[in-house]
Design a protein around this ligand. Structure first.
Ligand code: NDP
Length: 483
């Protein structure tokens, strides 16, 4: 009998109301574990305890808070191999990406440990004589963190670390597809010098415990990463309670490949951007907007590169593309392949379910050619190892095509022209712009977020996160005259 891995409710481990089975998408006979599902009553208990603990935590000295965040980050970095293996085993990304993600997640904690000491206020003169003004930031209170499965450790960490650094309590609802990574991180946080109940883990179904969490009147702020439809529902619940909200959702990122660019570099960044993480990234290069002068040469190398990529078990040496996360996602991906063909796109390679030594959700990387930006495969987020080439006749047409989307997270260009790179940086309508780099891959100390349907609310990461995790207090002080 496998033990049920518990939730953390108000400082106590709890096996809740039943459990889910978590299977390895690279090997469907490998049970990663059983994971508890929180009840609605436990959610109430967690929120009540968080409200009390938050006051105590906010009053901790700066260095005491900093030490907690450093300890979490350092342990994650030290255990990146072990925790990265667990992540890759349950999510399916190649081991190097799993280890890299855990290490990066640790860096979010050590970065925000330093930010604890960098919280400076402002002061101003009043328009009234004898009055001074000071402006400082205070914690928002209790933050609900709702995270996705595609970066189960990093996304949660770039929310939990600033939430704690700026003095808040956290209730974390991770994706039910990746509970093992969540449980491992919760176990590290629970061991720290924090008030009982400051941090709770409420694994459970999004439609049940997730929905109740976002509707909870005891929650002061919600940080969500996931799909647009779920985000829309969360926004409605948040507005009903006037809860502060930050959301990162889907995208349809484009990489423009110019006739003056380094072709080999363009192919390398396109392959990495399109197929890294099995294409299951909100920053994935899912539209490749290619200048007609280099189109044929680019496509030849791109298709050869995609065909050469090794699809396999996430933990196997040499695997470049792991399985997709679930059966539902695989079915959806294959339906997109059929839809693309029906729309008139030519599938140059891949896009097929394949078998490996162990039964899993394996799919070869697919490249669509002869596509137009009006096709549905170029309008909707696919979250699949699929990318589509759109041929354009000029830089202006490329820029227009890149911007012709209702999303706007990242946009990239491969060019040797400083003029085009500068113009693209200024006119691409996205939150992040990449020049001669893949659309995926960002740093942790600078803002991350997008426009349109990609994001809502203040930016995440870097010191920009303070905007969301704090609230501003303006104090007017009339000290009077000395006696
Ligand atoms: P969801 O938006 O359904 O899930 C994201 C998170 O929200 C999960 O923790 C989920 O829990 C939770 N959730 C689901 N419903 C609710 C709700 N009503 N209230 C509160 N929380 C909720 O994404 P999926 O995992 O289903 O992925 C579907 C698609 O979304 C992908 O194919 C992709 O297109 C997009 N996506 C985009 C991501 C990004 O990084 N921008 C990340 C993940 C997905 P649970 O897991 O228990 O359902």
């Amino acid at each position: 009998m496998t033990d049920i891995k518990p939730n953390l409710i108000a400082g106590a481990w709890s096996t809740g109301v039943g459990a889910i089975e978590n299977y390895n998408p690279s090997n469907l006979t490998d049970l990663v574990g059983l994971y508890a599902q929180a009840s609605v009553q436990e959610l109430d208990t967690a929120v009540e305890a968080a409200q009390v603990a938050q006051v105590e935590w906010a009053a901790y000295g700066l260095e005491r808070k900093q030490a907690v965040l450093n300890a979490i980050g350092n342990e994650m970095m030290a255990r990146a191999e072990e925790l990265g293996t667990l992540l890759s085993r349950e999510e399916g990304k190649p081991l190097a990406e799993g280890k890299g993600e855990v290490y990066r997640a640790g860096q979010f904690f050590t970065y925000y440990a330093a930010e604890v000491l960098r919280q400076l206020g402002q002061n101003a003169q009043s328009v009234r004589p004898g009055v001074d003004i000071d402006i400082r930031r205070e914690p928002v209170g209790t933050v609900a963190v709702i995270s996705p499965w595609n970066f189960p450790t990093a996304t949660a960490s770039w929310k939990i670390a600033p939430a704690l650094a700026y003095g808040n309590a956290v209730i974390w609802k991770p994706a039910n597809a990746t509970p093992a990574s969540a449980q491992a991180l919760a176990e590290i946080i629970a061991r720290q010098d924090i008030p009982k109940g400051l941090f709770s883990l409420v694994m459970g179904a999004g439609s049940d415990v997730g929905q109740k969490l976002v509707e909870h009147r005891g929650i002061n702020a919600i940080s969500f990463t996931g799909s647009v439809p779920v985000g829309r529902g969360i926004a409605q619940a948040a507005v009903g309670n006037f809860t502060k909200l930050q959301m990162e959702m889907g995208s349809k990122n484009a990489l423009a490949v110019m006739d003056d660019g380094d072709l080999d570099l363009a192919v390398a960044v396109a392959l990495g951007g399109a197929f890294g993480g099995t294409g299951q990234k909100c920053t994935a290069s899912s539209r490749l907007v290619v200048h007609q002068a280099v189109h044929d040469a680019f496509v030849e190398k791109l298709v050869a590169g995609a065909k050469a990529m090794k699809v396999g078990h996430a933990l196997e040496e040499g695997t470049q593309i792991g399985p997709v996360v679930s059966e539902a996602q695989l079915k959806e991906n294959l339906a997109w392949v059929a839809k693309g063909r029906a729309e008139g796109a030519e599938l140059a390679c891949g896009g097929e379910e394949v078998e490996r030594a162990t039964k899993g959700y394996y799919m070869t990387p697919g490249v669509f050619l002869n596509t137009t930006n009006t096709m549905e495969i170029n309008r909707e987020e696919l979250f699949a190892p699929l990318t589509a080439v759109i041929k354009v006749g000029s830089y202006d047409e490329a820029l227009h095509t890149v911007n012709d989307t209702r999303f706007g997270l990242t946009a990239g260009i491969v060019t040797r022209s400083l003029a085009r790179a500068s113009d693209f940086r200024a006119r691409a309508r996205s939150g992040c712009v990449m020049v001669n780099l893949a659309t995926a891959g960002t740093d942790y100390h600078v803002p991350f977020g997008g426009r349109g349907e990609s994001s809502y609310g203040p930016r995440e990461q870097g010191s920009a996160a303070a905007e969301f995790y704090t609230t501003v207090k303006t104090a007017y002080i009339s000290a009077g005259l000395p006696e």
